[in-house]
Design a protein around this ligand. Sequence first.
Ligand code: PHE
Ligand code: NA
Length: 465
Amino acid sequence: MSEENKPVHGMWASRWVFILAATGSAVGLGNIWRFPYITGEYGGGAFVVLYLICIALMGVPIMIAEVLLGRRGGLSPIHSMGRLAEQSKVSRRWKGIGYLGALAGFLILSFYSVVASWALIYVWEAVTGMFQGLTAVQSQGNFEAMQANPWLMMGSHTAFMLLTMGVVALGVKRGLERAVEVLMPVLFLLLVVLIGYAATTPGFVEGVSFLFAFDFSKLSGEAVIIALGQAFFTLSLGMGAIMAYGAYMPREIKDKKTGRSRPVSIVSSVAIIAVLDTLVALGAGLAMFPLLFTGGLEPAQGPGMMFVTLPLAFGQMPGGILFGSLFFVLVVCAAWSSSISLGEPMVAWLVERGHKRGVAASMVGLAAWVLGIGSVLSFNLWKDDTFLMGTFFDNIEFLSTSILLPLGGLLIAVFTGWVMKETQARKELAMKSFPLYLVWRALVRVFSPLAVIALILYSIWSAVG
Ligand code: PHE
Ligand code: NA
């Protein structure tokens, strides 16, 4: 470990723990809840292609940049950026990347907790057999009844926020590491079971072709910016979560068998995380769309999609009570391992400023909980109070996901590609293949920033025009 990386908050035990933690951050509601419903709203296949392009050409290079900055900085994103700016002899205003990210993380945490808490309620419903024999319309009605109940949602939102900040208060290393090691493989397994079930339903072909038929006439400016935002959201990019996790990533690790030190590669780790995240998102689509079409429901279901279609499947399949309960437990856990990473950057920053971790986690959690009440009410009392993008919830989601994350990613790319000394970046990545390094550098310097700007401009232009 180099002298500049003092493990203030602890270091991951190995490269695999970093990969698991970052995958835990990446794989969450973005894949299982958000990806299927926005794909439904924005017309299917063409949207998926746009999303995949954004992942490959912007997401992966920026994720590499974010881990690189984190590992080099060794602290919370705000302080890492301050330190890196100092090293590069540029204005300390680049800390702004950290502050912007903290704001985005805070906004996302507030509504993320609310949606995750629906899954918490659904664990109960699955266990007590409430999905047995539901029709599509009844399942829809069941979801709407839950949303109409602000007290119920307030209770579960409180519970989820406590779970999240409880783990952050303990420190990410303790508890989280072992949890993701068990939960991630089981999540994959269950997803495969659900896709298998979907394949037996009559709507399977229609579902698959909805997901993969590329009808580009369906693309709108709004769809473009939503796809861009989703690429950032799903990989946890642009707000410092991955930067914070990168700060806990060792540079070298001792091989237990040979006793020799081996460098820990950023690029291959990121590639694995991005592939896993993409597989889970596409898998969730494959598991859900066939059920929608089988049940005669519209693909444009909105945020309720996961909570309407999956109960249908569980209510019909053999062993549905068991699988349904397990599935929603796993959704909660996937969301849990993501929400922790939303809170960690801010809490780490406060700890570095001298606060106790427990106090810092309580402060961040309390503030996000209060803001989250606005999202709870967006589904009942404030349902009709719409402005700009829709309800309070819609606006918080759009601002954080589609504006702040791409903006943060843009600044991260510019800093890594243009501001930081090239030798530093190259040393940190320590890539074996020089041509591959050049490809990454070109993507991060030119392509990613231009594409983010172009996509933002295009969507503004089509919103105005
Ligand atoms: N990537 C997470 C998901 O897909 C959400 C998230 C975004 C987590 C940003 C951390 C930071 O659910
Ligand atoms: Na994700």
